[in-house]
Design a protein around this ligand. Structure first.
Ligand code: SF4
Length: 227
């Protein structure tokens, strides 16, 4: 696999937020989201075999725990990634897979928690979610919408309702997009959509979703990599 980085930090944006987590960040992405904070993963990285990845995860977290597979778009390297996720599960890790859902997800092991980031109209990558992936979602999975304005919010609200997402998955997450050039202060001023405004919309609509903030951007400088 082509790997950008493997590091340990705090999980920042799912129902696992706040837990220590090893991140395995794969190189390469086929989308170009306008607010992407991981453009450094589009190229570069280094080749690592499955055993090397497993060894590094074990070194960082020898007692098991949480491992997040992310990118870039990790499913672009499905052929090597699927057996690696299977091995991590067999070794006792809880495995999260962060994906846009543009690639087929049928071969992802069922015990993996998929965190699927459905792209909204103003993401820069609209209409890229593969609708057939809805059938792969299980009660352990999570679906996330990163929102930059009211149009994105209404798309997400209607998508959740139309596909009855709340009944299919463990959690539906609505998260304000962060300015990709954000740095310095660790507060909500960097959000493209004010979390308070989003909260008020969600309450008004009594929506079956939870508001999520990327908590690592409130703990460390938003520009910091490897956290
Ligand atoms: S899918 Fe993720 S890594 Fe790829 S461009 Fe969008 S935000 Fe960046």
């Amino acid at each position: 696999m082509q790997i950008s980085e493997i590091y340990k930090s705090i999980q920042g944006e799912s129902t696992f937020a706040g837990l220590p987590c090893v991140f395995v960040r794969l190189t390469g992405c086929n989308l170009r989201c306008s607010w992407c904070d991981s453009e450094y993963t589009f190229s570069g990285g280094h080749r690592m075999g499955m055993e090397e990845v497993i060894a590094e995860v074990e070194q960082l977290s020898p007692e098991g725990g949480l491992v997040e597979i992310t990118g870039g778009e990790p499913m672009l390297q499905e052929r090597e990634l699927v057996p690696t996720m299977q091995r991590l599960l067999e070794d006792g890790y809880t495995v999260l897979l962060e994906t846009s859902g543009e690639r087929p997800l049928e071969d992802v092991p069922k015990q993996v928690v998929k965190v699927v980031d459905v792209k909204c109209p103003h993401s820069g990558a609209p209409d890229t979610f593969r609708l057939a992936n809805l059938a792969t979602l299980t009660a352990r999975d999570e679906v996330k919408f990163v929102l930059s304005d009211r149009i994105d919010y209404e798309f997400a609200r209607n998508f959740v309702s139309h596909h009855q997402l709340a009944a299919r998955v463990n959690a539906v997450l609505f998260s304000p997009a962060f300015r990709k050039e954000a740095e310095g202060t660790r507060d909500a001023s960097h959000c493209l959509l004010d979390p308070r405004e989003l909260a008020e919309w969600m309450v008004a609509d009594d929506i079956s979703a939870r508001l999520g903030l990327q908590i690592h951007k409130f703990i460390w400088d938003p520009a910091m990599k490897g956290v």
